[in-house]
Design a protein around this ligand. Sequence first.
Ligand code: DX5
Ligand code: ZN
Length: 218
Amino acid sequence: DRSIKIAPSILSADFANFGAECEAIEAQGADWVHVDVMDGHFVPNITFGPATCAAIRPHIKGVMDVHLMIAPVDPYIEAFAKAGADVITAHVEAGPHIHRTLQAIRGAGAKAGVALNPGTPASSIEHLLDMVDLVCVMTVNPGFGGQKFIHSQVDKVRQLRTMIGDRAIHIEIDGGVDPTTAPLVAAAGADVLVAGSAVFRGGSVSDPAPYGENIRAI
Ligand code: DX5
Ligand code: ZN
């Protein structure tokens, strides 16, 4: 079934309160928790690594969706799997051997995701479809929350939906998802919507009700 799942990105959460933030967004209706790992090399920002993922894992009941914006990726896959990631997504642009990386992710016992930057065509993953569980379409340039949705990516989502056919592969949208852009990508065939700023705005762990309102508005 293609019911839409909302995956709040904790990039927009209070970094001093990740455990409580994860519990709050799940209580407010989040389907997955999206965890953005950045290395200051593949993207121009740094967040956190596997130790933080392991620390927040007990505070998440559902799917921990780990988006790796790091290069190289392969040396760290085992560590993120051990930290309890359910889905590990690597970028097709992060190195010359995405096929090997995806094999390693499944080999480590996680679901395998592949992410595409805005400039990378849908065709770049045409020969990988039997080894992925999720395709993440970046609708902003990765690195920061709160950026503007790049509309040219909607057509890519449509192309991917056709390529994927009836395979059990999620199409995830990451960047600039809000109540205006969500319907566009859902209509194009996406089924997992990551949202950072649009979920966390106006709320906090001590006043989490806005998280729920924001999730339902998407
Ligand atoms: C961007 C991250 C996104 C980001 C989305 O590099 O991968 O997950 O946090 O944030 P918003 O929803 O604010 O665009
Ligand atoms: Zn992300």
